[in-house]
Structures are given as structure tokens and as C-alpha cells.
Design a protein around this ligand. Structure first.
Ligand SMILES: [Zn+2]
Length: 205
């Protein structure tokens, strides 16, 4: 039997975790108390991390980290500014206003301040970034794909149009130019390889 120093209950040794460094070979708090402690610790850590990510400094930190990550992912040079320089730039360019809107809207993901490049082909520099919201950033990425740029910054392939007998009838410079010409999206047709609503087949060159 052993007394737990936390709940002060006397329990059998099987109710205590083994621990080599303790003189009797068992922890001084019972299993129940040990579990409770570790649970509370987890809760406290995730709680404080979460709230930090929602602070102004937390958001700017994540923006910087994301840019470093994106640069690596796309094999571009790292941002040519420091975290501090980015932060100064953000505040000069309306970050606080965007942040307040986000906060006042219960931290709606769509409104979260975000900072992206103006030109994806160029590296992150103070004259090639723009402040926006998470939702706009996503929309821009989608526009880029339609405009013939992939997220990796490469130009998209040409799109070929075939008639219902699979004869090639047209070649478009990009998905977006085909979509503009046809006035509808053939995205599903490209992906599935099936005829579109007008009986055309589509395939990237
Ligand atoms: Zn206990």
C-alpha cells in the first residue's frame, strides 16, 4: 500500500505507475491522478497555442512561416526580408484593420489576414507581396489555375478540343482561354474524359 501525495488516498501498489528513480520503484501519485495531470497539461498547451495563433503577433508569425514554407516548396529563394521587416510592412499596409475585422467576426477563417505574392513567378519581396484575406487568397489561386498558371508557378498546358468522333478541332493556349471561348467550364470533361454538354471531348496537350 502507498499513499498518493495528490489525492492523499492510500491505494495498493498496482494503482501506481512504476518508476525506476523512485526509492520504492513507484511514482508518488496514483495512476488516476497521473492521468488527470497529463490530460490537464495537454489541454493547457493546446489552448495557449491556439490563442497565440489568434493574436496579432501570432498571425504575423504564421504568415512569415508560411512564406518560408512556400518558398521551399516551390524551390524559390527565401523571402528577402526579416520577420520584423515583414511585420512593419504588414502594419503599414492595413494589417491591423484586417485583423480587427477577422477578430470581430469570431475569427472566421475566410477573413483571416493573409499575405501572398503579387507575381507568383517572383520571390517574396516587399514590393511583390499583397495583403489580403485567406478567402481572397484561395480565390486568387483558383483564378491563377484558370489563367493558365499552376500553384507551382509553371504555365499550364495547352488544351485540345475534339468533336464527338474524337477528331481534333481546336487547340487553346490554356484552360481559361477555352473556357472563355466556350462560355462554360469543361473541367469535368477533362478530368473524366467524358463528352461535355455539347458533345466535345477535351484533353491537355
Ligand atoms: Zn491520487
Amino acid at each position: 500500500m502507498k499513499e498518493c501525495f495528490k489525492c492523499e488516498e492510500t491505494k495498493s501498489l498496482s494503482e501506481f505507475y512504476k518508476h525506476k528513480q523512485m526509492s520504492d520503484g513507484y511514482l508518488n501519485k496514483c495512476k488516476e491522478c497521473a492521468k488527470l495531470d497529463s490530460k490537464n497539461n495537454e489541454k493547457n498547451t493546446s489552448k495557449s497555442e491556439l490563442s497565440y495563433d489568434k493574436t496579432e503577433i501570432g498571425v504575423t508569425r504564421v504568415i512569415y512561416k508560411t512564406q518560408i514554407f512556400n518558398s521551399k516548396k516551390r524551390n524559390h529563394e527565401k523571402p528577402e526580408y526579416t520577420k520584423k521587416e515583414l511585420s512593419d510592412w504588414l502594419y503599414k499596409n492595413g494589417f491591423k484593420e484586417l485583423y480587427d475585422i477577422w477578430k470581430n467576426n469570431s475569427y472566421d477563417k475566410k477573413l483571416k489576414p493573409s499575405c501572398d505574392r503579387q507575381n507568383d513567378f517572383k520571390k517574396y519581396s516587399l514590393d511583390n507581396i499583397k495583403l489580403t484575406t485567406w478567402d481572397n487568397n484561395k480565390k486568387n489561386q483558383i483564378t491563377d489555375i484558370y489563367m493558365g498558371r499552376s500553384t507551382s508557378g509553371q504555365m499550364c498546358k495547352k488544351l485540345l478540343q475534339f468533336d464527338s468522333n474524337k477528331n481534333l478541332i481546336a487547340e487553346y493556349v490554356s484552360f481559361s482561354s477555352a473556357r472563355r471561348a466556350m462560355r462554360y467550364t469543361m473541367e469535368y470533361s477533362i478530368r473524366s474524359g467524358k463528352k461535355d454538354r455539347n458533345g466535345f471531348y477535351w484533353m491537355y496537350k
